[in-house]
Design a protein around this ligand. Structure first.
Ligand SMILES: [Zn+2]
Length: 94
């Protein structure tokens, strides 16, 4: 992508805190302060620091360091799909 395209895409993103309600629905707990690691670059940080793209059929959370799609969530009328292949881990406190 070009620098202009990258800037436009970044301007459409918010941080992971903007999807706190969705994450709470999925995991039945507050998730934005939970740590995660990017499977592509190894960046570690709280889920709330990821870049959230919500203007799609689902939600995509991207690494702020390398733009890797770490978590994808799509909800249909009957199911929720969670693709976390872009994350080395999501750690959830017990
Ligand atoms: Zn990364």
């Amino acid at each position: 992508m070009s620098v202009i395209t990258d800037d436009v895409n970044r301007s459409l993103m918010t941080d992971g805190n903007s999807v706190a309600g969705l994450l709470y629905d999925l995991f039945a707990r507050e998730m934005t302060a939970e740590p995660t690691e990017c499977a592509a670059c190894g960046r570690e940080g709280e889920i709330g620091t990821l870049l959230a793209f919500t203007r799609a059929p689902g939600v995509v959370l991207r690494c702020p360091a390398c733009d890797n799609a770490m978590l994808r969530v799509v909800r249909t009328a009957s199911h929720t799909y969670i693709d976390a292949r872009g994350a080395a881990y999501l750690r959830i406190a017990r």
